[in-house]
Ligand binder design. Sequence first.
Ligand code: NAD
Length: 250
Amino acid sequence: MVRDFAGLRALVTGGGSGIGRATAELLAARGALVAVLDLDPAAVEKPLLGFRADVTDDTSVRAAVAAAAAGLGGLDVLVNNAGIGARGTVEDNDDGEWLRVLDVNVLGIVRTTRAALPHLRESAYAAIVNTCSVAATAGLPQRALYSASKGAVLSLTLAMAADHVREGVRINCVNPGTVDTPWVGRLLDAAPDPVAERAALEARQPTGRLVSAAEVAGAIAHLASPLSGATTGTALAVDGGMQGLRLRPV
Ligand code: NAD
C-alpha cells in the first residue's frame, strides 16, 4: 500500500458509515492521522478519532473541527461526505424537506469548509474532496430535491476551487453512482422484495454490479493525495460507467 498520506492529517465528515468510513480507513491505511465527524461517531474505531457533530449546527461543527485539528496537530485534508437522500418529484417534497436536505448536503459543506480553511491554509498539501453524486448532472427521475442538492455541491466545488487555488487549497469532488452502503441497504430493505430489487438494480449498472464504498474511497484518496497536486476544480465519476458509457440494449 502506497503511504502517500504519511504525516498528513485528515478529517472525514459522515465518517461513521458507508463511503465516509471506508475513506477514513483507507486514508489511515495510507499513513494519515484521521478524525471522523458524524452524528453517530459510536461506530468509529481506533486509531481513528471520533467527534460527534451535526453539520446543520454551526456551533457543533466549529467545535468538532477545532477539536479534530487540535487532536491531529493541524489539518491537511477535509472530506465533506456527510449527506442524506430524498425521493420524489417537485410535487412530493414540501418546503421543510427541501430546506432540511439542502441544509445537510449543501450548507453542511459550507460550514465544515469555513471552519477548516484556517487550518488548511497552514498546510503544504491542503486538499478538500466533496462527495457529490451522478445525480448532479444525470437527470434522474424521482430525485428532484436530491439532484438539486448535489447540483449545488458540484457548482460549489468549482467555485470554491477558484476562490482558494492561490491559497494552495485544492478542491475537487467525486460523483458516485449507486454504491453498496448502509444507505442503499435501507432503500432495498424498504422494497417489497429486497432480493429482487437488488438484482434489478445491479442489472441496470453497466458493470452489472454496484460500486463498492472502497472504490469511492479510492477515488477520494486519489484526489486528496499529494500525488494529485495539480488537480483542482474537477469532478471524478465513480459510477461503473453509468454516465460516461453510452450503452444501448442489443
Ligand atoms: P450512509 O448513510 O451509509 O453514511 C452517511 C453518514 O453521514 C452517516 O454516518 C450519517 O450518520 C452521517 N450524517 C448524516 N447526516 C449528518 C449530519 N447532519 N451531520 C453529521 N453527519 C451526518 O451513506 P453513504 O451511502 O455512505 O453516503 C455518503 C455520501 O455519499 C452522501 O453525501 C451521499 O449523498 C453520497 N452518495 C451516496 C451514494 C450511494 O449510492 N450510497 C451515491 C452517490 C452519492
